[in-house]
Design a protein around this ligand. Sequence first.
Ligand SMILES: Cc1ncc(COP(=O)(O)O)c(C=O)c1O
Length: 391
Amino acid sequence: MATIHGELKPSPRILLGPGPSNVNSRVLKAMTTPMLGYLDPEFIKIMDETADMLRAVFCTKNTLTFPVSGTGMSGMEAALCNLIEPGDEIIVCVKGVFGGRMADIVERIGGKLTVVEAEWGKIIPPEKVKEALEKVKAKVVAIVHAETSTGVLQPLDEISEIVHHHGALFLVDCVTSLGGQPVDLDGRGIDIAYSGTQKCLGGPPGLAPISFSQRAMEAIKNRKTKIQSFYFDVNLLERYWSGEQRAYHHTVSMTMVYALREALRIVLEEGLEARYARHQRNADALKAGLTAMGLKLIAQEGYRAPMLTTVAIPDGISDANIRKALISEYGIEIGGGLGDFAGKAWRIGLMGESSTQSNVLLLLSALEKLLSREGYKVESGIGVSAAVRIK
Ligand SMILES: Cc1ncc(COP(=O)(O)O)c(C=O)c1O
């Protein structure tokens, strides 16, 4: 006899990790909208509206802007497998886990990989990209905007100029930054960008917004070999997501498109500038509070991402005890360290709906209480008072 398990009843959580972030109830409600057929004219209108609002958030006029089915990683795979043919010279900037994953995928596709590296916690200096481009005639230069493993926000303008000066395409991972920091595809000359729905866009995980410039599309049309992936082939996806005559490619998740559409409506109602300012303000308050408590921020000063803060775990403090107690006593999730920072850092996300002043103050007081219990010396209330001084 099969066991019929109980109804779903997860405990309430404040999601302050590296994603997913909390989802607005309007988005959850949109997810209960009934299914439509994948070529129903009403669904096509919903797809067009979603793509239109995505263009506004990416700040682009690129026709080929749509959400790829799958999480952020599907955006990474789709971006790389459409552009790269076996033997193509590709430069990947690696300063954390996600740059490392792009490099891995380039090799799987058969691209000739050149890695430009920076120490974990630091940005990639533009001169290093220039040096690499002087050595190899690269087709694509790929970089992560907000590296979620280190909390570094990579400046893009100078690198974009260098990349275009050398005739390469500029590919940017905006999984963590989109909706929380300006990405500005057209202004910055980004040719291909992909993101995820579950971070600063404030949706559930499951779609990867992506955008290809005209130049990127030309490079794809000029390929000599067939795109290895059927599922991610943008020539086929284009016929489903744009144009007068739509053709079936795969059954998209209507539910996820409804969710993204509602999340984008919320982003645009708030306004991009106001949203970026909110992310920055709450991050400044969190960073001020953590610093006042004597904790050490890891990411390079001046380049700290507002949506993800990495903080060193003080000596003698148990990573597991603190994170377990945050969940069980306060319902708060924060992230553990990833890659080189595993066991050494916490990753605190303030993304989308989760980026609020009350979450910052609650986390700082919870951390103070739990750290003191573990024997860490911290003056009572010092983190919260530093945070509330940030306007
Ligand atoms: C910068 C970056 N790129 C890619 C990904 C992969 O996204 P997903 O886990 O949604 O597949 C993540 C996830 O955290 C990320 O932070």
